[in-house]
Design a protein around this ligand. Structure first.
Ligand SMILES: [Zn+2]
Ligand SMILES: [Zn+2]
Length: 149
């Protein structure tokens, strides 16, 4: 994978040179508000395969827990870093041309989804997978990607 991404105004440009480890669709209330949309689409990628090329993202969201980075000008939500998970970054998929064709493998927080949304991902959770399921999910995602590629 080699693709670039940008925010709404184009001041922030980013580069991704690694395949996603996992793709998510999150229906939680927090994502609905942050994205002003029905759900968020996220690709978990290795941190060493991702970099910001131009401009400086700023912290936004709740500013506690996960660090959510935004464009300081257009306020697009760009990516998130989770405490204790320094080796990965969670990218907002729709900003990257190369990620637009990647469907979500897991859907989380279905308990908070909007009533008209029809879940379609192969793995579905009322809340989130347990932290110790993550390694297996990454393996299963890689197999699923091979099948659907
Ligand atoms: Zn921007
Ligand atoms: Zn969420």
């Amino acid at each position: 994978m080699e693709t670039t991404g940008e925010c709404r105004c184009g001041r922030i440009t980013m580069e991704l040179t690694a395949e996603p480890l996992l793709t998510f669709q999150c229906h939680c209330d927090g994502c609905q508000k942050m994205m002003a949309s029905a759900f968020s689409l996220t690709a978990k990628v290795p941190a060493e395969g991702f970099r910001v090329i131009t401009s400086e993202p700023v912290l936004s969201g709740l500013q506690t827990g996960p660090a959510h980075y935004y464009c300081p000008h257009c306020k697009s939500c760009l990516f998130s870093e989770l405490p204790g998970q320094e080796s990965v970054v969670n990218l907002r998929m729709t900003l990257f041309e190369g990620l637009k064709s990647y469907p979500p493998f897991i859907e989380v927080f279905l308990s908070e989804k909007l009533p008209w949304v029809q879940p379609s991902a192969p793995r579905q959770y009322q809340r989130a997978p347990a932290p110790d399921e993550m390694a297996d999910l990454i393996i299963d995602y890689a197999k699923w990607q091979e099948r659907t590629a």
